[in-house]
Design a protein around this ligand. Structure first.
Ligand SMILES: CCCCCCCCCCCCC/C=C/[C@@H](O)[C@H](CO)NC(=O)CCCCCCCCCCCCCCC
Ligand SMILES: Nc1ncnc2c1ncn2[C@@H]1O[C@H](COP(=O)(O)OP(=O)(O)OP(=O)(O)O)[C@@H](O)[C@H]1O
Ligand SMILES: [Ca+2]
Length: 490
């Protein structure tokens, strides 16, 4: 019996509302009265749009009965207070130099107004240098004050937050990160990513799109998506964590080259990708791995990690002793050795490096691309841009694993670093000896979520569901009728 109209109006106050059926709503805003006797009220809510985008809309209710109106607002407030998963106080880090250097602008214009509308208070830190956010989280931040940490930036910025939070959690719990066998303690605070980077692969694979408003709305409604984290060690020394891609050979060389071209912005990856493709270096070594034998899926099946995918936590990291399963070893010359702990879907490759990889199953997909012709490697790369199976090639193999190690051929015991130092010398010596050959250097670098690692010989273990994001995984595309449905009133 009460007329409903759309459109935004200035709010007097706001509370949030959530209808799990179709709409994930946000706020009800009792408005300035149109006439003093009949003040309308506006409910803001989340509406699904195309390609996994979420948008904030609102609906205005007019009610002639002031008491009834108050009752509506009261009821909505009570319902919202009962939603304990929604964050109320967030710590926000903005990288002003990520991606196209739009981080601050994106946050101020698109995200801050939504947080304010949802009554979320924030402490905002604009970072002043690389690792500012990581070190602040590791040592100073008063984490008890917050319900979550949000980063505005790309995958590199997200990685900083993960390193800060994971290290802090281990330190607070007396866990030694340097031991590769150690079981790490999961972080309690959820992490939100407002995409403003070059690749935004974590955001793309956990939300389905790199759109700041969509990500802000996932934070507001208090979504939670657990994620695996790989720890990387060298000689019992902790190096880094990886959440998306650990890549040696092609992706390591692309990254090393692209770091020198940061001024090009996101286009640096395409430039360096093309250059690395032409260079066509291969690297020799041995990969040993512990296959995940107790899981249902394989990297070659057609299942996709989608919202609501459930894993069996009791089958996660370290639950099966290594000696029961046995390690596999593959030796040879490789163009690329990639470990994808999640699909690594991104705008360059909408299905990702490993389309069937799961966000939170305690495994990583180890992809070995053996030395092959440029033409065949191009065919393999091109398949990342379509639905064709990039693993269905004789020179490619893929294993779903819980741990793996890589030893480069020229690495003997602890002398790897010396060799690496002298790597260029070694390479040029070889090439002087064989002037007509097309030798590859002895070593590539590991690309660990967009950071170069200082060692080629590494040991990697997957830690099942070590962190949680303000996300829900990629939702199956809703039917068109759902999009057309008008918002539900209370
Ligand atoms: C012919 C087209 C083939 C296109 C094949 C594209 C496959 C792209 C797969 C991208 C996977 C990204 C994984 C994400 C890694 C992130 O943790 C990390 C940090 O942000 N990003 C990068 O390291 C950034 C890595 C960016 C890598 C870009 C590689 C571009 C390759 C271009 C090859 C061109 C060959 C052209 C030959 C004519
Ligand atoms: N104030 C700052 N000045 C310089 N570097 C910073 C600053 N804040 C963060 N960084 C560093 O910038 C690097 C890149 O940031 P970010 O991930 O946001 O963007 P990107 O590299 O363009 O995107 P992507 O990682 O998606 O490719 C990060 O590794 C981070 O450590
Ligand atoms: Ca995984």
């Amino acid at each position: 019996n009460h007329p409903v109209s759309g459109g935004k109006q200035t709010a007097l106050s706001s509370v949030s509302f959530f209808n799990p059926e179709k709409l994930h709503s946000l706020t009800i805003q009792p408005l300035y009265p149109v006439t003093p006797s009949r003040p309308p009220s506006t409910v803001s809510y989340v509406e699904r749009a195309r390609q996994h985008r979420w948008r904030c809309s609102d609906v205005t209710f007019h009610c002639s009965d002031g008491a009834l109106r108050q009752q509506w607002i009261q009821t909505i407030r009570e319902q919202l207070t009962a939603l304990t998963s929604r964050p109320k106080h967030l710590l926000v880090y903005i990288n002003p130099y990520g991606g196209k250097q739009q981080g601050e602008c994106i946050y101020e214009q698109k995200v801050a107004p939504l947080f304010a509308c949802a009554s979320i208070s924030t402490d905002v830190i604009v970072t002043e240098h690389a690792n500012h956010a990581r070190d602040h989280l590791k040592t100073e931040a008063e984490l008890k004050k917050y319900d979550g940490v949000v980063c505005v930036g790309g995958d590199g910025m997200f990685s900083e937050i993960v390193h800060g939070l994971v290290s802090r959690t281990q330190r607070d719990n007396g866990v030694d990160q340097n031991s590769p066998e150690e079981k790490l303690v999961p972080c309690s605070l959820r992490i939100g990513i407002i995409p403003a980077g070059s690749t935004d692969c974590i955001c793309y694979a956990t939300v389905g799109i790199n759109d700041p408003v969509t990500s802000a709305l996932h934070v507001i409604v208090g979504d939670s998506q657990p994620m695996d984290v790989c720890s990387v060690h060298h000689n019992n020394t902790f190096l880094r964590y990886s959440i998306s891609l650990l890549g040696y050979g092609f992706y390591g060389d692309v990254l090393a080259d692209s770091e020198r071209k940061r001024w090009m912005g996101p286009a640096r990856y395409d430039f360096s990708g093309f250059k690395t493709f032409l260079t066509h270096h291969h690297y020799e070594g041995a990969v040993s791995f512990l296959p995940a034998t107790d899981i249902l899926g394989t990297p070659r099946d057609k299942t996709r990690c989608r919202a609501g995918y459930v894993t069996l936590p009791n089958l996660c990291f370290c639950s099966i002793p290594e000696y029961e399963v046995g390690w596999g070893v593959v030796r040879g010359k490789f163009l690329a050795i990639n470990a994808a702990s999640m699909s690594c879907a991104c705008p360059r490759s909408p299905m990702g490096l490993s389309p069937a990889a799961h966000l939170a199953d305690g495994t990583t997909d180890l992809i070995l691309v053996r030395k092959c012709s440029r033409f065949n490697f191009l065919r393999h790369l091109l398949r990342h841009t379509s639905k064709d199976d990039q693993f269905d090639m004789t020179f490619v193999e893929v294993h779903r694993v819980r741990r793996f190690r890589f030893t480069p051929r020229h690495c003997q015991n602890d002398s790897e670093l010396d060799l690496r130092e002298n790597g260029k010398q070694l390479f040029s010596q070889i090439c002087r000896d064989h002037p007509a050959c097309s030798c590859s250097p002895a070593y590539s670098s590991w690309n660990c979520d967009g950071e170069i690692l200082p060692h080629a010989a590494i040991e990697v273990g997957v830690h099942c569901q070590l962190i949680k994001l303000f996300a829900r995984g990629i939702e199956e595309q809703p039917l068109f009728e759902d999009l057309a449905n008008p918002p539900c009133a209370l």
